[in-house]
Design a protein around this ligand. Structure first.
Ligand code: SAM
Length: 277
């Protein structure tokens, strides 16, 4: 008989959110691969389930993934769980799913608790189109590059963030998106102290500088307003860059200003300006 991998979401706070199907799957599989076996053991004890556990986390996933895959290929069924929420979403699992898919193993994802979706749905922001950006890097330069790349993003953006980095992240965001950009800070979702603060980046910085943030946060940020359509061409851009450079602007400043004035993406202006001395 062919084995199988089940992705089993677990509560992000409220234990009542475990579904009947998730519970039955945890009962029926041959073994559970868990991000932290101690955390999962507590959940299993709460559910009255006894099951063999193997650990599968960030720093052992390369070796443990092969062991788990071999057991599945030998016919066993495995449930993958993370500490909370949906496995493979900013949690271990992405690689295991790829490994199983590549090996022809059936993967079954059971729907359930997920902080992104819970936050997005309660945020009050536009939900029709959104992008999930996960955690920003801890390195200042790559955080900044990540945010800069989202400068013209018009979809609602969702980020995960730890409380001790919240204020500096909000400051970086305000520098890139502007202080007036609307944000919903979704804290301690499904828990006793659940709170959604719908405000602007500037006001959020003030609030959490005065009262240091506690708990888990998802940040849901409005996208940039749709840019008005432009009729400017690459030739127009090249002419304007040449004009600004002749007036003494550096190439970088001329490209930036031209992109802004003509409402063209910076890369188009950059390409158009190649060769201008
Ligand atoms: N895979 C999980 C999911 O999608 O639900 C997310 C795991 S990620 C390691 C943990 C992050 O999810 C936290 O830092 C926080 O940003 C967010 N998060 C998890 N539980 C939350 C909760 N109850 N309230 C708000 N944010 C939460």
């Amino acid at each position: 008989m062919a084995g199988m991998l089940y992705l089993v979401p677990t509560p992000i706070g409220n234990l009542g959110d475990i579904s009947i199907r998730c519970r039955e799957t945890l009962e029926q599989v041959d073994f559970i691969a868990a991000e932290d076996t101690r955390v999962t053991l507590k959940l299993l004890n709460h559910l009255g389930i006894k099951k063999s556990l193997v650990s599968y986390y960030e720093h052992n996933k390369a070796t443990k993934g092969n062991v788990i895959l071999e057991r599945i290929l030998a016919g066993e069924t495995c449930a993958l769980v993370s500490d909370a929420g949906s496995p493979a979403i900013s949690d271990p699992g992405e690689e295991l799913v790829k490994q199983c898919a590549d090996a022809g193993v059936t993967v079954c994802a059971i729907p359930g608790p997920c902080a992104v979706i819970t936050a997005l749905s309660i945020s009050g922001q536009n939900t029709g189109r959104f992008c999930f950006e996960g955690f920003l890097s801890t390195a200042k330069k790559s955080r900044r590059e990540h945010l800069e790349a989202l400068n013209t993003e018009t979809r609602t953006m969702v980020f995960y963030e730890a409380p001790h980095k919240l204020v500096s992240t909000l400051q970086d965001m305000a520098e890139v998106f502007g202080e007036n950009r609307s944000i919903s800070l979704c804290r301690e979702l499904t828990k006793l102290h659940e709170e959604v603060v719908r405000t602007t980046l500037g006001q959020a910085i003030e609030r959490y500088t005065q009262t240091p943030p506690k708990g888990e946060f998802v940040l849901v940020i409005a996208g940039a307003p749709e840019a008005p359509k432009t009729t400017a061409t690459a030739d127009d851009a090249a002419a304007r860059v040449a004009e600004l450079m002749a007036e003494g602007s550096s190439r970088k400043d001329a490209i930036r200003q031209t992109a802004k004035e003509l409402n063209l993406p910076k890369n188009i202006v950059y390409d158009a300006a190649l060769g201008i001395e």
